[in-house]
Design a binder for this molecule. Structure first.
Ligand SMILES: [Zn+2]
Length: 234
């Protein structure tokens, strides 16, 4: 199916892709566990690439790319899971053209940092649904915080005092400390039944329905849990 994954073809031709070892095993293990509830045709694969950057990204297709350098900086499976889950979330939420994209979630274009926030929140939902300890997952964002501080990028961590909104728009992300706080707050919201797709669904149109179904299947829908309990009581 790689003809539908044009970036992967190029990356495999032009970059060093790791094929074995602990980093590859960790990437594979967490990607499988995060998608445990999804059928084969809805699943993605993560590959580990050699790069000087600490990064993770995805593109139209079925692949998530994780740099070895980033994996080296993450202490365990849970932290790596958050990074993979964030990229999966961009697909589930329809931010990437391809499998789940059937038109934008909203008619109005939405700001990049909003997409990133939604991806963070759906990512922690995926991690919780897969049974990872949320505080250990959030270590991924704390490592990013440390990497940015080390590089002297205080505004990426704390935001810009003089031009908060402008800085967020230019970067396409909320300041890392705010991302951490929003994800932490979403852990308790998730446990009370909140799901980011349900929140977004309030404003969605028909086109988004299949995407919602898959995203909810992945994080465990409250409605399905209730139905199961009712069936058992009969
Ligand atoms: Zn992102």
């Amino acid at each position: 199916m790689w003809w539908r994954d044009p970036l992967r073809k190029r990356i495999e031709a032009e970059l060093v892709v790791e094929r074995e070892g602990w980093a590859v095993e960790r990437a594979r293990r967490v990607t499988d566990r995060l998608q445990g509830k999804l059928p084969e045709h809805d699943r993605f694969e993560t590959i580990v690439i050699r790069s000087d950057d600490h990064n993770a990204f995805t593109a139209p297709g079925r692949t998530i790319y994780l740099s070895r350098r980033l994996l080296d900086s993450l202490p365990d499976d849970a932290a790596a899971a958050f990074v993979v889950a964030h990229e999966l979330a961009h697909h589930h939420l329809g931010h990437v053209s391809g499998r789940y994209a059937g038109g934008a979630m909203f008619d109005e274009p939405i700001a990049a940092h909003e997409h990133e926030l939604h991806a963070d929140l759906h990512a922690i939902e995926l991690c919780l649904a897969a049974g990872y300890e949320p505080e250990r997952c959030i270590v991924a964002l704390q490592m990013l915080d440390a990497i940015l501080l080390d590089a002297g990028d205080l505004e990426a961590v704390l935001g810009a005092e003089h031009d908060r909104e402008g800085e967020i728009t230019r970067r396409g992300y909320l300041p890392v400390r705010e991302r951490i706080a929003r994800v932490q707050a979403h852990v308790s919201a998730y446990r009370s039944g909140a799901r980011i797709v349900n929140t977004l669904t309030a404003e969605r149109d028909q086109v988004a329905r299949r995407r919602m179904r898959v995203a909810l299947m992945a994080v465990g829908s409250i409605a399905a849990t209730v139905a199961l309990v009712l069936l058992r009581r009969r």
